[in-house]
Design a protein around this ligand. Structure first.
Ligand SMILES: Cc1cc2nc3c(=O)[nH]c(=O)nc-3n(C[C@H](O)[C@H](O)[C@H](O)COP(=O)(O)O)c2cc1C
Length: 404
């Protein structure tokens, strides 16, 4: 039986993601779709409402073309960058993906290991199925904690203190979830019923599970849906996953909260979910060390612009005062290059690694990152760039109507 890089026997799914014909993230997406029931695959793959923004995030990368410098030998290429003082081997961090444990029992632990092995950072969602201490123990790489205020300030302070003690280095505060987005696929597939752990409620949706026995077995062996071990409500214990949607609507983060947050979290704070120059300025005023241009991967307000399109306005508004990261739609190394050329210091990838997780757990996360890394390296060499620091607007043709 084939063995993995750690010498362990490879599962059927791990062998599938390692196959030479798995050449890009779309291939990984297909493998995830084959292993996951619709309620889980579409939770990961889908977006809000008509999914306009979800599609636009990817389309925007296609609208930007590259300007290579040819007849230049690039035998070595330096992919390193620095984000909030941490040196990363690769300019893509792994984005917070809520309840990754539903995609694979190893969930957030596998994602953290994948990031650590690639020399980059993992951002753990508040909606994690694993304890933040267990995620910390899985890797020596940089970890950030992503905060939703669900459960209120007291519950959040307790989580932040645990994250600080465990050695998480930065806090990402997500500001684009004033209420949960309307994900139509989730309604059709019974995702909420699955998350509620109520078998009776799942009856109308059961047929999707018959063809996914592998996922069902691993899900049941893992004990089904777990309560959220990092959201401990004073007096009542860990929050149930099904309660998150309602809690989001009653615990919106506002700019006023940042004063309290700066006291509750001594390290750097990064605002996640900025789409306008105005909110970028507010992030600076709120004392943030960085911001993430993000529309939550098209899962919240549909019809907002692609993040790549929003990026120039924000880079201009920030004027170098804080670090600007971006996410949304990154599926190839050339997308990472384009985002950096447009002024992002680094990017976050969400679905690109989560498809790998859904396809084969940790082996899939490693493979997704490997694909992106190899892609990035090749793109840089073909562009004639020897380091990430060399990427700038001169390496891309920017459509005229994008310029601010
Ligand atoms: C299944 C899923 C769950 C997510 N959960 C969270 C979350 O808990 N917190 C958060 O700030 N963002 C969350 N996001 C948004 C990602 O952090 C990121 O902004 C987005 O996935 C980037 O777009 P991409 O998937 O096209 O790379 C989630 C995204 C997905 C796909």
């Amino acid at each position: 039986m084939p063995r993995s890089r750690t010498g362990k026997r490879m599962t059927r799914h791990a062998r599938a993601v390692a196959a030479p014909r798995v050449v890009n993230i779309e291939d990984m997406r297909r493998l995830a779709r084959r292993r996951l029931p619709d309620a889980v695959f579409d939770y990961l793959d889908g977006g809000a409402e008509g999914e306009f923004t979800l599609r636009e995030n990817c389309r925007a990368f296609e609208a930007l073309t590259l300007r290579p410098r040819n007849a230049i030998a690039v035998p070595e290429c330096d992919l390193r960058t620095t984000v909030l003082g941490d040196q990363l081997a690769f300019p893509a961090l792994l984005a917070p993906v809520g309840y990754s444990r539903m995609m694979h029992p190893q969930g957030e632990v596998a994602a953290a290991r994948g990031a650590g092995a690639a020399g980059t950072a993992y951002i753990l969602s508040t909606i994690s199925g694993h304890k933040l201490e267990d995620v910390r123990a899985a890797t020596s790489g940089p970890l950030w904690y992503q905060l939703y205020l669900i459960g209120g300030r007291e519950a959040s302070e307790a989580a932040l203190e645990r994250a600080r003690l465990a050695g998480f280095s930065a806090l990402a505060v997500t500001i684009d979830t004033g209420t949960a987005g309307m994900r139509e696929r989730d309604v059709r597939n019974g995702t909420a019923q699955l998350m509620s752990g109520n078998l009776f409620g799942m009856i109308p949706f059961l047929s999707q599970f018959f063809s996914r026995p592998g996922w069902v077995a691993s899900f049941l062996l893992d004990g089904g849906i777990h309560k959220l071990p990092n959201v401990i409500i004073p007096g009542s214990g860990p929050m149930a996953l099904i309660d998150v949607a309602a809690a989001l609507a009653t615990s919106v983060v506002t700019w006023k909260d940042f004063e309290w947050l700066r006291k509750a979290w001594p390290g750097p704070i990064v605002v996640k979910g900025v789409l306008t120059g105005e909110d970028a300025r507010r992030s600076i005023d709120a004392g943030a060390a960085g911001l993430i241009v993000s529309n939550h991967g098209g899962r919240q307000l549909d019809s907002v612009s692609a993040t790549l399109r929003a990026l120039p306005e924000i880079v201009k508004a920030v004027n170098g005062q804080i670090e600007v990261l971006m996410d949304g739609g990154i599926r190839r190394g050339s997308d990472i290059v384009k985002a950096i050329c447009m002024g992002a210091r680094a990017v976050l990838v969400g679905r690109a690694y989560a498809y790998g997780l859904g396809a084969a757990g940790e082996a899939g996360v490693h493979r997704s990152i490997e694909i992106l890394r190899a892609d990035l390296l090749r793109t840089m060499k073909l562009l004639g760039c020897t380091s990430i620091a060399e990427l700038n607007e001169s390496c891309v043709n920017v459509p005229k109507d994008w310029l601010t």
